[in-house]
Design a protein around this ligand. Sequence first.
Ligand code: T4K
Length: 375
Amino acid sequence: MSKSKIPQPLYVTRPSLPPLEELTPLLEEMWAKKTLTNNGPYHQEFEQKLCAFLGVKYISLFTNGTIALIAALRALSVSGEVITTPYSFVATAHSLLWNGITPVFVDIAGSSFNIDANKIRAAITPDTTAILPVHCYGGRCDVVAIQGLAEEFGLKVIYDAAHAFGVKDQNGSILNYGDMSVLSFHATKVFNTFEGGAVISSTEEQKRKIDHLKNFGFVDEVTVIEIGINGKMSEFNSAVGLLQLNYFEQEVDSRKRLDANYRELLSDLEGIEIPGLLPENMSNYSYFPILINDDYLFNRDEIYDKLQKENIFARRYFYPLISNFPMYENLDSASKDNLPDANRVANKVICLPLYGQLKFEEQQYIASILRGEEP
Ligand code: T4K
């Protein structure tokens, strides 16, 4: 397709939104009731509907995924050292520092993007209290091996499942693994409430604790039992979330088709590695990462620049690695020798635009730039 026909610019993602006219009656009701936040009716309904939709028992809605992570670690009394991955959005490790916990980085497994469960054992010390893995791009971690290690060493497991909304395996929702899982509903996520997040607890008692923690520690008007924070989701975000549930499957179906198109369009490009397709249901198609190998025409940053020049804003998620940011780089576990695969992948990865509204012609155009064809 010629450049003039491409609606510019193209971004790594664009939020899917419910029809505006569906939101209007919910807003009118909100205006009439004047309940705007603090566990209002939409919040309660959204929690209930989400449990059923995702196939989990206990959900607590949050203002965003980062505060949800911070609260989850606190609720489980995690302290000392926590084993985690450097290949993630910086919020994963920041949630540890906000709790006064030292992150211990373990490499990812080859090009799988997820923590290498076989390397966790060697990183466990007497100070380790938990593992914080990430289901990166929505791909499930090695949950069985991680659970085995957690049981052997008495560790908690908190999954950063920010990318994993709706992902299932043969046992149902992958959000049921570990002690807690944390979702993000940020505008850039496959399911969004503008800003938002949630903690999935494995027991009712944990949910109660999380609910106190996100509301300053209040249990009633005059009793505070925790050093809580304000992590509550508003009625507006909850109303948006309720409507979004009706469109999630449609969004995933569109992305699935677009994912297949990219695989076809890029299949003959030697030097561009496309990660394997996950089995049906085990992906929500939240990102389309590709790896630019050394034998390709251009290196990763040249491709990134070329795309930008054409107003295509692909992103290098997750470069730089968390372990290379200034507040982490001096940790022993942050050394590049300890994290060869994560460093290699972070230097080769680029996530191409992927969202339900993306057009096939736009994908063809992106592919032509990757091929080095002049627009
Ligand atoms: N754990 C993991 C593994 C995560 O990936 C994240 C968040 C978290 C935890 C924390 O969850 P939250 O506290 O955020 O709920 C974005 C997001 O801000 C962040 O939520 C996300 N991960 C991360 C991977 O990506 P940026 O700085 O790359 O976003 P930004 O603003 O550059 O947006 C990217 C593109 O998306 C834009 O170029 C255009 C498009 N966009 C963005 C926004 C905000 C829109 O079209 N509309 C919008 O409203 O971090």
